[in-house]
Design a protein around this ligand. Sequence first.
Ligand code: CUA
Length: 369
Amino acid sequence: MVRRLPGRQPDGSRRSRLTRAISVAGLIVVALTLSACGGGPLSTIPQDGAPNERIWDVYWFLWIGAAIVFVLVEGLLVYTIFRFRRAPQTAHGRPVPVHGNTKLEILWTIIPAIVLVFIAVPTLQIIAELATPPERDGEEPLEVIVTARQFFFQFEYPELDIQTANTMYIPVGRVIDLKLRSGDVIHSFWVPRLAGKMDTIPGRTNEMWLTAEQPGTYAGECAEFCGVGHALMRFDVEAQTPEDFDAWVQEQLNPSTGGGEGEDGDLAARGQQLAQANGCVGCHSVDGAQSAGPTWQGLFGSEIPLASGETVTADEEYITNSIRNPGDQIHEGFSNIMPAFGPDQLSDEDVQAIIAYMQTLSEGDEASR
Ligand code: CUA
């Protein structure tokens, strides 16, 4: 009784609780909406100079248009509620039934049609504008062939003769001409902070372009449900200064063995490169971190518990079979989501190199035992 506010009806407590619940729910919705706009790694708020600034223009155009329509419709609704509420003196009477109103029906068909035309014009304009990669400062765009596979992205630089997976390296300020392909099913390539999204479709090549004005890491992901590993299909765009990018290109073309010596070291270094270029490391960490697939740290030579309940030793035979026929012997606790790598993708020598690389990831382990 003490807490009750003055003027509140005794039966008003239930209503006030409802009101409070509604305001709390409203606040949560507002908070969630604002946090989604806050500029996280997958925010669609564009970077300065990125092509999706133009998409953002359409967004604002639509948002303001929608706000005007909202105010008009809600205003009419509120006006109608108060203006035509049931008056006490007519409480006994019944409202006259209404059977259609031609004038109204024509109006509410034509007005939305006009609104749709207003939306379509700038949208189509910007789609056309963003279709062709522009030339900038007389520099040709850098072509990158993106191949989406279950469940990783591969990036090929035909002019540089480089292939990577999971991370796309680009120089800042340069237009990147993307050729989007699929190795299996439909995926969608999306780097929200830099550009719009585009599907990758088996049997065809889609084109889009992007630029990054500031160096940094931009998060990307597959935006089309493509199978059980869809949520794992993330990648990064690493935008570097032209000098850093050139250094990266040189490093890719002449990889240093990083401590390995002699033929074994060379083989392991090649294996490491293959593991990166083919996306292996997108799902298999090399430092023991949890990921979609078993970590490669300490894996070679260890005892693998299989989903079937058996145990196998991770020797050359097991690893080779797991690359060629990943569904054969599933590691307990992991899903059967890895694509098979046939001899056309990884030759027997390539598999040997990858195994040599995996062995280097187990050596430190053995030494500590
Ligand atoms: Cu690929 Cu979703």
